[in-house]
Ligand binder design. Sequence first.
Ligand SMILES: C[S@@+](CC[C@H](N)C(=O)[O-])C[C@H]1O[C@@H](n2cnc3c(N)ncnc32)[C@H](O)[C@@H]1O
Length: 267
Amino acid sequence: MTANSSGSRAADCAHQAAIADQFSRQAELFAAAPALHNEAALDLLVAAAAPLPTDLSLDVACGPGSVVVAFARRVRRAVGLDATQAMLDQARKRAARAAAGNVDWHLGDVYDLPFAQGAFDIVSCRFAFHHLREPAKAFAEMVRVCAVGGRIVLCDAVASDDAGKAAAFNRMERYRDPSTVEFRPLSALRALFREAGLGEPAARFYQVPAEREALVALSFPAGDDRAGLRAMLDEAVEGDRMGVNARRHGDTMRFDYPAVVLVAVKG
Ligand SMILES: C[S@@+](CC[C@H](N)C(=O)[O-])C[C@H]1O[C@@H](n2cnc3c(N)ncnc32)[C@H](O)[C@@H]1O
């Protein structure tokens, strides 16, 4: 084993530990956060996939299951997969509350999906690619388990095209949630589709509104330094340093995560 490969394996293990730590702690709060279950945003994502009542859908890194439950209303069966058991526990509760009986849950890894080639008509992923060290590898798995003629849907927040603002945004996000790898610019997410042979994806955009105190309450920052996180958010206002429309609002500050839904048909 080379020094590099053992170094990178150690970094992978440390990252998996950060994912397990963050999302086990975040699961309950995340499952209750209204911005993450906004129906209009879920409708936008589901509509982008053009679901049919006969379809089988898969949402990877499904977290507390809002995307799966939204698909379940429109498809024959909706499947969710996540690496964090606490998130799947929340997902099961959400499905039970929605009386969604046509759902299945799997504990698993986006890099090694336990499904056959072409098994699904729709394969989606929302708000998880910024946690992935190898996005192209995960995307290739999504494409592998999608049938020819099926739809691949990728949704995430995007970083500014201004490199300085993107770096400031990523510094804050990695501090806020140390399992974050990087929010990438729109061009990098589009490139995943082209490089996987899917051509240029169609894009739909929306904003996820955020407010400082609600966000701090949802977060487990490095060293539990909530004061430091607040300060970083406040500093984002002047000159909109993170490129997220940061603005003061009374005693607090607000900003918007710029989200994109990209979709392409597997040819
Ligand atoms: C920010 S949450 C998003 C949850 C959900 N997709 C949503 O939009 O509400 C990110 C999720 O990615 C999951 N995750 C991170 N790395 C993963 C991996 N390698 N395999 C499967 N799930 C993973 C985490 O457990 C967490 O539930």
